[in-house]
Design a protein around this ligand. Structure first.
Ligand SMILES: NC(=O)c1ccc[n+]([C@@H]2O[C@H](COP(=O)([O-])OP(=O)(O)OC[C@H]3O[C@@H](n4cnc5c(N)ncnc54)[C@H](O)[C@@H]3O)[C@@H](O)[C@H]2O)c1
Length: 380
């Protein structure tokens, strides 16, 4: 069996952690029992590019119990729990190619190694397996039956491909299930974002002016939890119906131009680009010590000019950004290079602290934040 995981995780307690999560996954437990008996996936190869967390581990174990041959890689290098990856290999004979903090080169190598499993089914969180297959591994399409996609942004990618007539196999939009967006996106991301911000900054949220960009499923979860912590929450939203919902939920709704002048903390949850951009930074920077953060991972980083800020960049997903050249804003913390248009040091704040078989936990926050703690907010 091929695999590549962090060997240093050998003595860790991955299996206990996986079991702890399993106790919170009663629906998956029922499915596992059924799979053990019926083996409905016998002869099926499944390749997954998902967050390598305890919940994903339980999913993979269940698929294996159902007879599938499973290979996994990480959909975000900063959400990988090394001890979980190691336990999947050691205790469950599941091929895992994932190392916390892996480089871009290793990330794509691992995607290819996962695809060497010759999948009948792909499982994506962000669409990287499907796009790799469509661009570089077209031969695999002969045997593929279909795939799944976990997140809003991935679903949008595939909807675009479908519209253009280039999507070559069917994908189930897991994100569009009630049990996903109503719970994981809203409550999971809501909780883990607040958790991440507090762990990264150790600031008191009560009394802070907290700006949430986008009042979709993640945005309303973040807004709800920030308010619960005593923050004064402001929302920016381009969809008039959602903006009205935010108003009726009791939040101030205003354009980012104005919010940038007022906010202490910024979280963007749109999956869109340019939510906080240079003209906003200027206003934020003028207001000293703003903390800006975005929860959500994007699948492309837009590099751009933010010449008045200094920072470092990691190519994928979210970023935490620091202002090196402007020490007065050194506590500025951004967490999404895409939405905030930052060439920034990448740290990952999601995925959500979600419940039953949703496949998310706090680990990614913790991973990123442990890094922050070790290297310091100002370091690289
Ligand atoms: N990290 C995680 O744990 C996690 C979990 C779930 C979803 N996500 C990602 O989070 C993002 C949002 O997901 P969602 O389910 O909330 O999506 P959604 O479609 O429900 O909400 C996005 C909202 O942003 C608004 N918006 C778009 N452009 C805007 C702009 N320029 N200014 C203000 N508002 C704008 C939209 O009108 C919409 O209301 C997606 O990229 C998704 O993939 C991440």
């Amino acid at each position: 069996m091929n695999y590549e995981v962090n060997k240093e995780a050998e003595k860790s307690e991955g299996s206990n952690k996986i079991y702890w999560a399993y106790r919170e996954m009663p629906v998956l437990a029922l499915i596992r029992e059924r799979f053990k008996k019926g083996k409905p996936l016998a002869g099926i190869n499944i390749s997954g590019c998902l967050h390598i967390t305890t919940e994903t581990a339980n999913l993979a174990i269940t698929l294996k119990e159902g007879g599938a041959r499973v290979a996994l890689c990480a959909s975000n290098p900063l959400s990988t729990c090394d001890e979980v990856a190691h336990s999947l290999v050691k205790d469950h004979d599941i091929s895992v190619f994932a190392v916390y903090g892996e480089s871009r080169e290793m990330y794509y190598r691992h995607a290819h190694q996962t695809l060497d499993n010759i999948p009948h089914i792909t499982m994506d969180d962000g669409g990287d397996l499907v796009s790799t297959i469509h661009k570089e591994r077209k031969e695999l399409m002969e045997t593929i039956l279909g795939g799944t996609e976990e997140t809003t942004t991935g679903v949008h990618r595939f909807e675009n491909m479908e519209r253009e007539g280039v999507l070559k196999y069917p994908i189930i939009a897991v994100n569009d299930a009630y049990t996903k967006y109503l719970f994981d996106n809203r409550y999971g991301t809501g909780q883990s974002t607040i958790d991440g911000i507090i762990r990264a900054t150790n600031i008191l949220l009560a009394g802070k002016r907290f700006v949430v960009g986008g009042y979709g499923w993640c945005g309303r979860g973040v807004a709800m939890r920030a308010r619960g912590m005593g923050a004064h929450v402001m929302v920016t939203e381009v969809d008039p119906t959602r903006a009205l919902e935010a108003v009726m939920d009791g939040f101030d709704v205003l354009p980012m131009e104005r919010a940038a002048q007022q906010g202490d903390i910024f979280v963007t949850t749109t999956g869109n680009t340019s939510i906080i951009c240079e003209r906003h930074f200027t206003k934020i920077v003028v207001r000293l010590a703003a903390v800006a953060c975005a929860v959500l991972f994007a699948h492309t980083v837009h590099r751009m000019v933010t010449s008045h800020l200094g920072y470092f960049c990691e190519p994928k997903h979210t970023a935490v950004l620091l202002a090196e050249e402007k020490p007065e804003v050194a506590s500025t913390l951004f967490a999404n290079a895409y939405e905030a248009e930052i060439d920034g040091l990448a740290w990952f704040i999601g995925p959500g602290a979600a419940g039953d078989d949703i496949g998310c936990d706090h680990s990614s926050c913790r991973g990123g934040l442990e890094e922050l703690a070790t290297r310091g907010i100002h370091g690289n």
